[in-house]
Design a binder for this molecule. Structure first.
Ligand code: ADP
Ligand code: MG
Length: 280
């Protein structure tokens, strides 16, 4: 029995119809090798399918990274764990694989004064989770409040909350900058209540819970929000000197040292090579 021969053009059409761009790109080269090296048909097909799947996973992760609004430069690779000795790198790395805490809809809370690396740490966790296949959205809390408030005004709050559900983790940066007098912040409470025990939230804050009364409309709501957030939570307190300030100081010191070294070099060059005496 003669198997039908396929025109390459027809194959391209079928692969396009099936949305298999990687196979479409690779098959001519693979077919040539396969014919030359006498591959079994299963090996030929398996190799092509594996490439298609791998590229698909890569494209998915790229899409997730693009939608996340995470600063691409703030990863674990650029985070110096040495400057936050109270933070266990092993603990953070374990959380960054996701798994059980994300399934529980648990919370991560990162506290500390300005400049200590709260946003960087949160962003690093976000990137690692995206690498592990999860979906993450990073947003300043004040921006999230504005967005939810606009949705409520348009009677779209439930739909907007439902859309946020597709993210395994919401990173709400700088919750303590939200002021209840600037916006109707009960929407923030609704977001927290909606995700409670289902979908995870990571929050960074300059102020400990005692300062959160300024965030929610009344103290009852503050207590209720904190209660839900801490129920299943990991709390990191970064009580160190501002990395920003420390870096600025060490940069300045390095500049001073360089300047000193340069002057020393200059003066020793002068003494090594004294200016030749002028010829009479
Ligand atoms: P916070 O959110 O606590 O105010 P950031 O995360 O914005 O602080 O950190 C301030 C700056 O210092 C950022 O540029 C950040 O990348 C850098 N930084 C902070 N902590 C570290 C660290 N441990 N390692 C590397 N860079 C850091
Ligand atoms: Mg920050």
């Amino acid at each position: 029995m003669n198997a039908p021969a396929y025109e390459p053009g027809r194959l391209a059409l079928m692969l396009n119809e099936l949305r298999l761009p990687t196979i479409s790109r690779l098959w001519p080269e693979f077919a040539q090798r396969s014919d030359k090296e006498g591959w079994q048909a299963t090996r030929f097909l398996g190799a092509l399918l594996e490439h298609e799947l791998a590229e698909r996973a890569k494209r998915r992760i790229e899409r997730h990274r693009a939608e996340s609004h995470l600063d691409p430069t703030k990863t674990f690779a650029t985070f110096d764990f040495g400057s936050v000795p109270m933070l266990s790198k092993a603990h953070v790395t374990a959380l960054a694989t996701g798994d059980s805490w994300l399934e529980q809809g648990a919370t991560i809370l990162i506290f500390g004064p300005p400049g200590v690396g709260k946003s960087h740490l949160g962003t690093g966790i976000g990137h690692a989770l995206i690498d592990a296949g999860y979906r993450v959205l990073f947003m300043r809390t004040s921006e999230m409040v504005q967005r939810l408030q606009a949705a409520r005004q348009g009677l779209q709050l439930p739909a907007t909350l439902a859309k946020l559900d597709r993210f395994d983790l919401l990173i709400l940066d700088d919750i303590s900058y939200v002021r209840k007098d600037q916006a109707e912040t009960s929407v923030l409470f609704e977001l927290i209540a909606e995700r409670y025990e289902r979908r995870s939230i990571l929050i960074t804050a300059n102020q400990a819970f005692s300062g959160w009364d300024n965030v929610f409309p009344d103290s009852g709501m503050t207590v209720a929000a904190i209660d839900r957030l801490v129920h299943h939570s990991t709390i990191f307190e970064l009580n160190v000197e501002s990395y920003r300030r420390k870096k600025a100081a060490s940069d300045k010191q390095a500049q001073r040292d360089n300047e000193k070294a340069r002057r020393r070099r200059q003066s020793s060059e002068h003494s090594d090579n004294p200016i030749p005496e002028r010829q009479p």
